[in-house]
Design a protein around this ligand. Structure first.
Ligand SMILES: Cc1cc2nc3c(=O)[nH]c(=O)nc-3n(C[C@H](O)[C@H](O)[C@H](O)COP(=O)(O)O)c2cc1C
Length: 290
């Protein structure tokens, strides 16, 4: 492990570790308007959700490295106290990237990047038609982390309403496959949440699940079980008794075919791959005690 103290690093290095180590980050595509009615659109990956009631989301335009000046998005939101935040899907990733060019403050990035302005219902900045999930927001607060280059200006926004396109809904819920959002990693790297990268991980069933600390040594020291398998076992509510394990083995059709330790190991792995944790446990306990 390399340990790096912030006091020994230059700003670009701190930026590198923060943005390459923390990723993928969701991207807010933020539309704002100045009090001279100039529309602005820019992406921010220092972005997330922080409260449900009230619904609060936040993003952070940092001060420009070269002169510590603030970005147009921040200046607009300070003036007019409204914005629309839209998610970035893979179909508009390149256009969003174009919106990140440091244009002068009289440029409308919708026009530069070929994105379509659609009137909002409750706020003045327009929405991005091409994004299937949009949030109209009003400014709640701005927390400044300083005046110098790189200092974040955390913009806290209260969501007034969601616009959700039918194309991303399945049984009335947002389907992550259909949404296909893009996340930002370090440098010019991005992540797509499509079929190749999405996976499901249901919450462990109950607060009273075993946990690693209650697992017997023979499980923790097993040569065949992966960390994933051991976590599956740690997520169960109880360990079968030796009696239950023996009964299971004697009555089970498959038992006759288990002539070697290798066969049994394969069957245990198969059970776990198919989320049949109960049978895996019984075989493991039987083996340990036979
Ligand atoms: C995907 C992506 C994410 C970005 N995230 C941030 C961010 O979180 N904070 C920031 O200050 N700049 C970020 N930028 C850079 C800004 O988008 C860029 O400085 C932009 O010109 C700001 O526009 P504005 O001056 O019109 O507000 C990001 C750029 C890209 C491409």
């Amino acid at each position: 492990m390399n340990s790096k103290y912030i006091k020994d690093l230059e700003r670009p290095e701190v930026y590198h570790y923060l943005t390459s180590g923390i990723g993928p980050r969701p991207i807010a595509l933020v539309s704002t308007i100045s009090n001279k009615n100039v529309i602005n659109l820019a992406p921010f990956s220092f972005f997330n959700v922080f409260s449900v009631t009230p619904p609060i989301v936040a993003f952070s335009p940092v001060r420009r490295g070269k002169d510590g000046s603030i970005k147009d998005t921040l200046s607009n939101i300070q003036e007019t106290k409204e914005c629309v935040i839209q998610v970035v899907t893979s179909s508009i990733a390149e256009q969003v990237n174009m919106c990140s060019i440091e244009y002068s403050n009289d440029v409308n990035e919708f026009v530069k990047a070929g994105l379509t302005m659609e009137d909002s219902l409750e706020v003045k900045p327009p929405r991005v038609k091409e994004s299937p999930f949009q949030m109209e927001c009003k400014l709640k607060d701005i927390i400044s982390f300083g005046e110098g280059g790189g200092a974040g200006q955390l913009v806290l926004c209260e969501v007034l309403l969601f616009h959700v396109d039918d194309s991303i809904l399945k049984d009335g819920k947002i389907d992550p496959h259909a949404l296909d959002t893009v996340g930002r990693n370090g440098g010019s790297w991005y992540t797509r949440s499509n079929v190749n990268s999405l996976f499901e991980l249901p919450r462990p069933p109950a607060t009273s699940c075993l946990g690693y600390d209650k697992l017997p040594k023979f499980i923790l020291q097993s040569k065949i079980l992966s960390a994933h398998n051991i976590t599956q076992l740690a997520s169960s509510l109880e360990i079968p008794t030796i009696e239950e394990a023996k009964n299971y083995f004697e009555k089970n059709e498959n038992s006759k075919n288990l002539t070697s330790k290798e066969d049994t190991d394969i069957l245990i792995k198969e059970f776990l791959d198919n989320e049949n944790i109960e049978d895996a446990w019984k075989l493991l306990v039987y083996l340990e005690n036979s």
